[in-house]
Ligand binder design. Structure first.
Ligand code: PAF
Length: 299
């Protein structure tokens, strides 16, 4: 059995069976909308699913696949939360039609293990920001996303803006390789105090959870300083982070929306990564920059 009917929701494990269903949906005039996930679904995923379900006459496929290759260590992979039954319950509540939940064996090359000879290179951006601390991460992400696109052949795919670098790299891959998938970003879902929702937040103990608010607070302070220029943005965000000793900053970077060098003025993206307690968190915000007197800094 490669698929099971669970209420209104069909769960497919077999790529060929899922491909056949999405092909017939497209032929019947339904845009196929993919929401790729690694499971452990939370309110951020719910927002992605709702955005997918809002696409007129679309049919939503949620993929649940914990890609072993994108984890830096066996320890990180082993401790990643798994909640398959709750994930299916959320999909059902949200009216999702199809879940694709393949095994590692079915996502691996025929006769092989999880490592195929063919991979997608993310280019220079893949080694910056998140890629600087997580060697091979984005090649593993793009390879699995390309594989999912090959199986599902979606018309559209939705990714959260929380993983902003991932979103940009997927958009670039789709453009460079002419994959014909419309890749859309969905704004980050946040707790009431601003913390970006993440499957990894469950690792935060009470003290770390309190300290983690500094990340979104720093981004807000940086965004507010956009009118004073590039250096003022970094200074304002840096000041907030410096006041919270439990936050070990990895990077704080101001870039353009495609993650090239930040402009003197216009739209920009402020991104950061930090370890809080034992948990590495990332977050980012969009902002508008105005040039200071030196073209970059404060007036
Ligand atoms: O963002 C994620 O959950 C993963 O990186 C993705 C896109 C599902 C690929 O494994």
């Amino acid at each position: 059995m490669t698929s099971r009917l669970r209420g209104e929701l069909t769960v497919h494990e077999d790529p060929a069976a899922l491909s056949a269903v999405t092909r017939s949906l497209r032929l019947a005039g339904h845009p196929v909308v993919l929401v790729p996930t690694m499971g452990a679904l939370h309110a951020g995923h719910r927002a992605l699913i709702r955005a997918a379900r809002a696409i007129p006459s679309g049919r939503t496929v949620v993929s649940i696949y914990l890609n072993p290759l994108q984890f830096g260590s066996r320890h990180d992979l082993d401790r990643y939360p798994r909640s398959f039954d709750a994930d299916l319950a959320m999909c059902r509540e949200e009216g999702v039609e199809l879940v694709f939940a393949p095994s590692v064996a079915t996502m691996s090359p025929p006769g092989g293990d999880t490592t195929g000879d063919t991979t997608v290179s993310p280019g220079a951006l893949g080694a910056q920001l998140e890629g600087a601390s997580r060697a091979g991460h984005f090649a593993a992400v793009l390879t699995v996303v390309a594989t999912l696109f090959g199986i599902v052949a979606p018309d559209r795919a939705l990714f959260g803006e929380k993983d902003y670098q991932q979103l940009v790299l997927v958009q670039r891959m789709v453009a460079d390789l002419q994959m014909g998938v419309q890749v859309l970003g969905v704004p980050t879902a946040r707790d009431a105090d601003g913390l970006a929702l993440s499957s990894r937040n469950i690792y935060l103990d009470a003290e770390a959870r309190g300290a983690a608010v500094a990340l979104s607070a720093a981004l807000s302070a940086g965004a507010k300083a956009g009118g004073q220029g590039h250096d003022a943005v970094l200074a304002a965000a840096g000041e907030v982070l410096a006041r919270q000793p439990a936050v070990a900053l990895d990077y704080l970077a101001l870039r353009n929306p495609q993650l090239g060098p930040a402009p003197a003025q216009g739209p920009a993206r402020l991104l950061l990564a930090a370890t809080v307690g034992t948990t590495r968190l990332i977050d980012n915000v969009g902002l508008q920059l105005s040039a200071g007197s030196n073209g970059r800094g404060a007036p």
